[in-house]
Design a protein around this ligand. Structure first.
Ligand SMILES: Nc1ncnc2c1ncn2[C@@H]1O[C@H](COP(=O)(O)OP(=O)(O)OP(=O)(O)O)[C@@H](O)[C@H]1O
Ligand SMILES: [Mg+2]
Length: 227
């Protein structure tokens, strides 16, 4: 086989493998989220009922016992909250139920409240398949984490819109920026973003320079219209 044809075939194989691995990972996360929801959820509900029953039977217990029961109730509430957070992180339910623009809006708003950064959102409805939507959502999650961790930014812009070549997703911050040629060893955030975007047939451009902020632009091919 001609060398360039062999290289092209190898690239196509790697792209298919990459896509398969990304899908397998998201499927596994969704399964874990379901198990946690169903099994842990059922146990926690049963424990909360038992606690309420014990409390009702001990209206005149000594103060220490009552205090311990109250504390047990608080612990249960915290575990329920953690369970919810872990499940939501494993499989963003907003994405399935409300679609990408609203899921990103919730993500951006909550991030702004937590981090104190000013987050500007301009999110249009776009035509993307479910796997590309997950890739886009995970990209924004990691970009927001990076902005909080590395950028010392004050403002952040997240944009989603139809573009000539498909769908364009942008995350920009006004922080420290960095030299894109110097990827620190053992870091996977940006590499993971690129893998996810390329698995969907898209491209990722990282536009950053020290002192000039960071701008990530992912372009996805538009999903074929349903027939
Ligand atoms: N928004 C940003 N502002 C400034 N520097 C950034 C930004 N995003 C990434 N960087 C730089 O690029 C490097 C690589 O980012 P990447 O997300 O791949 O790794 P990381 O965040 O260091 O580690 P992790 O593997 O946990 O994501 C970071 O260590 C940081 O130096
Ligand atoms: Mg990172």
């Amino acid at each position: 086989m001609h060398a360039t044809a062999a290289a092209a075939q190898r690239l196509a194989e790697l792209t298919a493998l990459n896509r398969h691995l990304q899908t397998a990972r998201e499927d596994e996360r969704a399964r874990l989220a379901r198990d946690l929801h169903d099994e842990l959820g059922a146990l926690l509900t049963a424990a909360a009922f038992d606690l309420a029953r014990v409390r009702a039977r001990l209206p005149a217990a000594d103060p220490e016992t009552l205090q311990r029961l109250a504390h047990l109730g608080q612990v249960l509430d915290s575990v329920v909250a953690i369970k919810r957070r872990v499940i939501e992180d494993l499989r963003p339910s907003a994405l399935d139920q409300l679609g990408l623009p609203i899921a990103l809006e919730i993500l951006g708003r909550e991030f702004g409240e937590r981090s104190g950064l000013q987050v500007h959102l301009a999110l249009q409805p776009v035509a993307l398949g479910p796997a590309a939507e997950i890739a886009a959502y995970r990209l924004v999650q990691e970009a927001l984490t990076n902005a909080a961790k590395h950028a010392r930014a004050r403002q952040l812009w997240v944009t989603l819109q139809a573009a000539e070549e498909g769908v364009e997703l942008g995350v920009r911050d006004d922080g420290a920026g960095f030299d894109t040629r110097l990827a620190p060893p053992g870091t996977y955030g940006l590499a993971g973003m690129r893998c996810r975007v390329e698995a969907e047939g898209g491209t990722l451009v990282v536009d950053a320079a020290p002192g000039h902020g960071t701008h990530l632009i992912a372009t996805f091919p538009a999903a074929a219209p349903a027939r």
